[in-house]
Design a protein. Sequence first.
Length: 127
Amino acid sequence: MPSQTVRSHTAEIAVRTMSGWPMLCFNLLLLLGAPLAIVMTARSDATSGGVSLIPVYALLMLVAMLLLFGYFTLQPNEARVLILFGAYKGTVRNNGFHWANPFYARHRGYVPGKSGRDGAALERGAR
């Protein structure tokens, strides 16, 4: 019986994501600064009657909350597949704390043959 070869329809793209720590600091500044700016603007607008920037600061707060969904961590020998609205964008393989586009659907992946569990799972599935 001829052996069948497995063909990959999509080539793997290695993606480097941003470290999560600088983004976390930026996100915290937005989350803490926006309410403070809203309160300061409300106080000054009450006395001056000028143009209010409160909607802008409220929008910044919403953006900061949206950015919270971009964080993820990877352990050694783990991978994360990044999919943007159904299209494959790449795979992250570096361990650590990362931040990526919050609209990516992040799914855990594995490297076949890198750990003993994967080979055992493949054998069980073949039986």
